[in-house]
Design a protein. Structure first.
Length: 154
């Protein structure tokens, strides 16, 4: 956080004393590093005189906030009904295997990819579906996964 402290201070002073500032303030703070680290949240709590409990309540309630760093590419694997019955689990297993994700991890150790599950990507007729960043890939088989990820490796 060290090199962003002056930027963070600028954000904090812009919102100082304003009502309803916490959410937009946290959004701007998140944009600095792509996520909200514990030291950043502690700093905001102290400087804005808002309890840590209140801040954690907000960042854990709204899905737009991230408490962990994310990979360069976000992979969304659909676990909605249509995808589920079309082997979404097999697709997810192929993603985990290809990405070599450790048990419980969602981001690769080189920070290139983060894997997340979503409820429905809105293109059920293409089930099973994944999105990598803003690109959609449908009618997938587990065998197709390595080739798709290769497009995003560099
Ligand atoms: S259930 Fe997967 S896109 Fe709708």
């Amino acid at each position: 956080m060290e090199h962003d402290i002056s930027k963070l201070d600028a954000i904090l002073s812009a919102y100082q004393g304003k009502k309803g500032a916490l959410i937009p303030l946290l959004q701007e703070a998140q944009a600095l590093e792509g996520y909200l680290s514990r030291p950043v949240l502690k700093y905001i709590s102290e400087k804005m005189n808002v309890s840590a409990a209140e801040i954690y309540g907000v960042v854990t309630f709204y899905s737009m906030f991230r408490l962990e760093p994310q990979g360069k590419h976000i992979i969304r694997v659909c676990k909605g009904t249509a995808c589920h019955v079309s082997d979404a689990d097999g697709i997810k297993d192929a993603l985990i295997e290809t990405l070599k994700l450790a048990p419980g991890a969602v981001t690769t150790s080189d920070m290139k990819f983060t894997l997340m599950e979503v409820a429905c990507l809105g293109c059920c007729s293409l089930a099973p579906v994944i999105m990598v960043d803003d690109q959609t890939f449908g009618k997938l088989t587990p065998e197709a996964i390595p080739g798709i990820l290769d497009k995003f490796r560099f």
